[in-house]
Design a protein around this ligand. Structure first.
Ligand SMILES: C[S@@+](CC[C@H](N)C(=O)[O-])C[C@H]1O[C@@H](n2cnc3c(N)ncnc32)[C@H](O)[C@@H]1O
Ligand code: SF4
Ligand code: SF4
Length: 331
């Protein structure tokens, strides 16, 4: 049952509303690092160093069927580089056949050879970190042209596109440039403050902006959001983030309405809480058992800077009437 984009989004919203108001715990949104392999080595990312095993094509299709039975309404493929999976088209297609929405995050380098996947997606997310020089300083020489090419392909397919920006010390001053770039490309913009990474060769301290610079950038983002710039996340959520580095606790869908599925099948409450030792693998135990295993996990986060989850949390838990819902339209 393939549903038009707005209908599948509405189903996801209803699913989250049932989690929130009827206490019906279910993995409505699953973010899936379908592979840890990647052709790039971005300065802030340790994912390719994790070298975890990954689901076979048959196992991956079976996981999608299991998720559908459990009430999953939206799957977001990321990685590693998800376009390195030979079966990515079949996986996105299977999600859509269940009426789920499917999104994919990519560095853009392989989209030209994998255009077919676009016909099975509701949204394409492409990582960009600034104008060419800033982008390539963080993501590698020659990568900006791939971003431009991916944007052009996505536009040609008429797909909603989101540019995902990791804010570091180097590009934190480029908010205005990034907003103008997104606007010129017909894409929305999503800002993600750089998070801690674990690889030995990543020097997180040298990447992290000063708290003052980050607060200024997030207030800039709030200002743009307020004036209708194509930014995902309301002005209110950026104002919350601008308390940086503090993150006052707010209720979260982690482990009750959203889940992170790692390449090796382990299920976590979200992409940030991946250090849990009692997460189990959906490949070994089934998705339901792995989802249930995190039911009692204490969310020992004091709030976080995950902008996408934050926006959902604020809409459903916090300030329903205060959030401009149109900001969710491109999610
Ligand atoms: C891990 S990547 C996977 C998808 C694809 N390879 C890409 O780069 O878009 C997903 C997103 O996480 C972001 N990311 C990677 N490392 C990060 C970090 N240390 N802090 C915040 N975001 C990070 C990437 O820039 C990208 O937008
Ligand atoms: S951010 Fe994406 S493209 Fe960059 S190294 Fe990580 S997985 Fe690869
Ligand atoms: S608040 Fe952030 S870190 Fe905590 S469960 Fe939610 S998304 Fe994860």
């Amino acid at each position: 049952m393939r549903l038009p984009g707005p209908l599948s989004k509405a189903r996801a919203a209803v699913g989250l509303a049932r989690v929130r108001w009827l206490n019906q715990r279910r993995p409505v949104i699953v973010s899936w690092a379908i592979t840890h392999r990647c052709n790039l080595r971005c300065v802030y990312c340790d994912v390719p160093e994790r070298r975890l095993p990954e689901a076979s094509p048959a196992q991956a299709l079976d996981l999608i069927d299991q998720m559908a039975r459990l009430g999953t309404r939206a799957v977001s493929f990321n990685g590693g580089e998800p376009l390195l999976r030979k079966d990515i088209v079949a996986l996105a297609e299977r999600c859509r056949s269940h009426g789920m929405s499917a999104a994919l995050s990519t560095n853009g380098t392989f989209l030209d050879g994998k255009r077919e996947v676009l016909t099975h997606l509701d949204r394409l997310q492409i990582s960009v970190d600034g104008p060419r020089k800033l982008h390539e300083a963080q993501r590698g020489e020659g990568t900006f042209d791939d971003v431009l090419s991916a944007l052009s392909i996505g536009r040609g397919a008429g797909l909603p596109m989101v540019l995902s920006v990791v804010l570091t010390r180097h590009n934190v001053g480029a908010i205005d440039d990034l907003v103008a770039f997104a606007d010129s490309q017909g894409a929305s913009l999503s800002f993600l403050p750089v998070g801690p990474v674990h690889a030995f060769d990543v020097d997180y301290d040298s990447l992290r902006p000063t708290p003052a610079a980050m607060r200024t950038a997030l207030r800039e983002a709030a200002r743009h959001a307020r004036t209708g710039a194509p930014i995902l996340g309301s002005a209110s959520s950026f104002e919350y983030l601008a308390q940086w580095p503090a993150a006052p606790r707010i209720d979260c869908f982690g482990a009750s309405g959203i889940a992170k599925l790692a390449a090796d099948g382990r299920v976590f409450p979200c992409a940030i809480l991946e250090h849990r030792t009692h997460a189990i693998s959906a490949l070994d135990h089934g998705f339901e058992a792995a989802w249930d295993a995190i039911a009692e996990d204490p969310l020992d986060c004091s709030g976080c800077h995950c902008t996408k989850t934050l926006q959902l949390n604020r809409v459903f838990w916090d300030t329903l009437s205060a959030i401009p819902l149109n900001r969710l339209a491109a999610r």
